[in-house]
Design a protein around this ligand. Structure first.
Ligand code: PMP
Length: 430
């Protein structure tokens, strides 16, 4: 059925490592050939064999209003006709910075980069330059991109593929990354006390999304804020997934906690390669050329990327109803899935925050890395392929969040719920 995908995958494997340009899209954990796509509109993807799928990956986040969203396409086309890059300032960069400031008032200054990885990598450099300290604290299973400092107990593809701590990261780098447990303030306190005056930053996914979706416990984020204040440590929210998604102002707005620095990716570029880091004036003032912390990029603030991101963000800014609709749609899906799994006697915990949702096949509440790992991976694998057969495209790993788009229709949600019932029935009898 996936004949052309399979053929392309065979060719790809000859010249591209694992046949893919990013491991999270490989099918190593669910088995089989990854699906190759040729086009998409709204929430419908079309693969190279012409089969259609309802999309719950949304390019891992950017497609919050669906694929080929008209204002984005128009902005890219019009901008491309005026040149794809200048390597010099443009007006759209200024408009973008002003718009982000409106949507996220805590972001006094923002610097555009080309990916979420770059954003997080730069943010910790800024925090180190600002504090004059070397160490950072991250959380087990959180993913902040593939820069050396983060590939220690990481999530996402690194976890799915069994390499949460990657070879190739030097011992010197690894020793400066301390790992705490998500949702466990005591584990953070212990590290801050043990490494007194050495910790430059705490970086956290405010809603964990790279071990599946895990909400922060009540008081966890505000507790991090207090600890950072007490220890003169920079608090970095990695909002690459949650930014402009869990609310207009991201997790900072949703949970009422402000970070010192924040990183973005995904939605901020509407599907073009963009990231950004920003935050409080006093911290951002160390960034070159205002200050001594060097950070640069030939294509940073690229006009195509800025035009696409601006078109999407301004729609989200002007029509906050999108967020209400996304909440409603996700609640609808959550309730429907819950009913189907109960009817078929599956042990399941579904976590959700806004339009991020994950299904864990386990009897345990999933609150951190350890409990996420209790999910039945074999059951997920069977479930995954049954969903795929029925035209539902989910992230190909039990440790990823699904991303809903506001282009999803009630009929598509109903089809997904029905397919989930069939899929779990079949997976359980396997
Ligand atoms: N931070 C988080 C929270 C992410 O989810 C990701 C990517 N999934 C990154 C950082 C890295 O972003 P990119 O893949 O654009 O480098």
């Amino acid at each position: 059925m996936l004949e052309t995908s399979e053929k392309l995958f065979e060719r790809a494997q000859q010249f591209i490592p694992g046949g893919v340009n990013s491991p999270a899209r490989a099918f190593n954990s669910v088995g089989g050939s990854p699906v190759f796509f040729k086009k998409a509109k709204g929430s419908i993807l079309t693969d190279v064999d012409g089969k259609e799928y309802i999309d719950y990956v949304g390019s891992w986040g950017p497609m919050i209003l669906g694929h080929a969203y008209e204002p984005v396409i128009k902005a890219v086309q019009e901008t491309a006709a005026q040149s794809t890059s200048f390597g010099a300032p443009t007006e759209i960069e200024v408009k973008m910075a002003e718009l982000v400031k409106q949507m996220v008032p805590g972001v006094d200054k923002i610097r555009m980069v080309n990916s979420g990885t770059e954003a997080c990598m730069s943010a910790i450099r800024v925090a180190r330059g600002y504090t004059g300290r070397d160490k950072i604290i991250k959380f087990e299973g959180n993913y902040h991109g593939h820069a050396d400092s983060f590939l220690i107990n990481a999530g996402s593809g690194a976890l799915t593929l069994g390499t949460p701590s990657s070879p190739g990261v030097t011992k010197g780098t690894a020793k400066d990354t301390l790992t705490a447990d998500f949702n466990d303030l005591n584990s953070v306190k212990q590290l801050l006390n043990e490494y007194k005056d050495e910790v430059a930053a705490i970086i956290v996914e405010p809603v964990a999304g790279n071990i599946g979706c895990i909400p922060p416990r009540e008081g966890f984020l505000s507790g991090l804020r207090e600890l950072c204040d007490a220890h003169d440590t920079v608090l970095i929210f990695d909002e690459v997934m949650t930014g402009f998604r869990v609310s207009k102002g991201g997790a900072q707005e949703r949970y009422g906690v402000s970070a010192d620095l924040v990183t973005y990716g995904k939605i901020i570029g509407a599907g073009l390669p963009v990231g950004a880091f920003g935050g409080k004036k006093e911290v951002m003032q160390v960034v070159s050329p205002d200050g001594p912390v060097y950070q640069a990029g030939t294509l940073s603030g690229n006009p195509l990327a800025m035009a696409a991101g601006y078109a999407l963000l301004s729609e989200l800014q002007e029509n906050p109803l999108h967020y209400d609709e996304l909440e409603e749609k996700t609640t609808y899906l959550y309730t429907g899935l819950q009913e189907q799994f109960e009817d078929h006697g599956a042990s399941v915990h579904i976590n959700r925050v806004g339009s991020m949702i994950s299904v864990f096949f386990t009897e345990e509440q999933v609150v951190d890395f350890t409990t996420a790992r209790t999910t039945d991976e074999t059951l997920f694998k069977h479930f995954y392929h049954k969903m795929l057969e029925q035209g539902i495209y989910l992230p190909p790993s039990p440790f990823e969040s699904w991303f809903l788009a506001n282009s999803l229709t009630e009929e598509q949600l109903d089809d997904t719920i029905q397919a989930a019932g069939q899929s779990i029935k079949s997976a359980l009898s396997n």
